[in-house]
Design a protein around this ligand. Sequence first.
Ligand SMILES: [Zn+2]
Length: 73
Amino acid sequence: MPDELDYISERTEKELQLRIDAERNRKVEAPKGTCLYCYTVCAPDASFCDDECAEEYRIEQDIKQFQATGRRG
Ligand SMILES: [Zn+2]
């Protein structure tokens, strides 16, 4: 049943993508101890290892928001 297999494969891909997205969102919500930008281990109460990463991350989020919504936050 090739059609059924296609359906299952497509469904699994979507579910995997949802899980990846959820994992990404979770990391953003609980950033302590790991740099959000370069994923280097940093101070337990820090979200970034240095100011440069914080700035780069902010710019990246800006671009992502712009790509997703067509406007800047
Ligand atoms: Zn960093």
